[in-house]
Design a protein around this ligand. Structure first.
Ligand SMILES: Nc1ncnc2c1ncn2[C@@H]1O[C@H](COP(=O)(O)OP(=O)(O)O)[C@@H](O)[C@H]1O
Ligand SMILES: [Mg+2]
Length: 261
């Protein structure tokens, strides 16, 4: 279980997340974190990853207060993929994923993660052909996929991904969300993904959290959270959520609540 209780996060004197309490999230759930630009999504993820100490409140994972354990212990349980792409070091993709696996010491079965395990993950991500390429010679999207591989290989209990699809084409966006859902369900992870594409959130996630100005606007099943009214309030758009011919809910934006001046 992931429990967020009365969490308050600030930069200097500016409150960004104000007294946020979430309904506990169970293992095996892929949850989309949604909200407008500058609203505190990245700040919330950084606080959960232990990179920003909360001013108040707690992040509790499976009964352990993540604020009360040391960095190494937390790194075994929590993996955070920042919004920026991984640094362009002159290292082969395969090596970089192996290094990442070893950074969290041992894999779940107690053994060291080997080349075969890494190659298998790269294959499942559709980037095994890049294994021997150098990171600093990859495209933005390819680097983003390697970042996702580096995060997944560590098999955390809590996986925090900040806009992991931002540089990916349509095919890889779908592929990555599919793989994240599989990994989350099979291994009982708790995965939080910051997304801007609401249709992807509707199709691929088990739950959604919608925040605005650091406050919770909604949490629950995707189609319960993503509604025309919520989108008007949150993003200032006139939008409809309608089911497509295959029954999947889709967001259609008709205009802005107030035309841009
Ligand atoms: N390091 C920082 N120092 C001060 N303010 C910051 C810092 N990082 C982000 N902010 C501010 O915090 C607010 C929330 O930012 P962020 O969490 O990155 O938003 P989001 O990820 O939802 O777009 C913004 O107003 C931003 O300007
Ligand atoms: Mg952000």
């Amino acid at each position: 279980m992931l429990e967020i209780n009365d969490l308050q996060v600030a930069y200097r004197r500016q409150d960004i997340i104000g007294n946020l309490t979430l309904t506990p999230i169970a293992p095996g759930q892929l949850v989309s974190l949604l909200g407008p630009n500058g609203t505190g999504k990245s700040t919330l993820l950084k606080a959960m990853a232990g990179l920003l100490p909360p001013r108040h409140g707690s992040v509790v994972l499976n009964g352990t207060n993540l604020g009360a354990i040391d960095f190494r212990e937390r790194a075994k349980q929590v993996v955070y993929l920042p919004q920026s792409l991984p640094a362009s070091v002159h290292l082969r993709v395969l090596e970089s994923v192996l290094v990442s696996a070893r950074a969290s010491a041992v894999s779940a079965d107690g053994g060291e993660t080997g080349v075969d395990t890494v190659m298998d993950l790269l294959r499942r991500l559709g980037i095994d052909h890049l294994a021997m390429h150098y990171l600093d010679q990859l495209s933005g999207g390819q680097k983003q996929l390697v970042g996702i591989a580096q995060a997944l290989i560590r098999r955390p209990r809590l996986l925090l991904l900040d806009e992991p699809l931002s540089a990916l084409d349509l095919n890889y966006q779908f592929h990555v969300m599919d793989l994240l859902a599989q990994e989350t369900h099979e291994h009982g992870l708790i995965t939080l993904v910051v997304l801007h594409d609401l249709n992807i959130a509707l199709r691929h996630s088990d739950g959604c959290i919608l925040i605005r100005k650091g406050a919770l606007l909604g949490q629950g099943m995707p189609a319960e959270v993503i509604t025309g009214q919520a989108l008007a309030e949150c993003y200032g758009v006139k939008a409809r959520v309608e089911r497509c011919s295959q029954g999947v809910p889709q967001v259609i934006v008709d205009g802005l609540m107030q035309p841009v001046q």
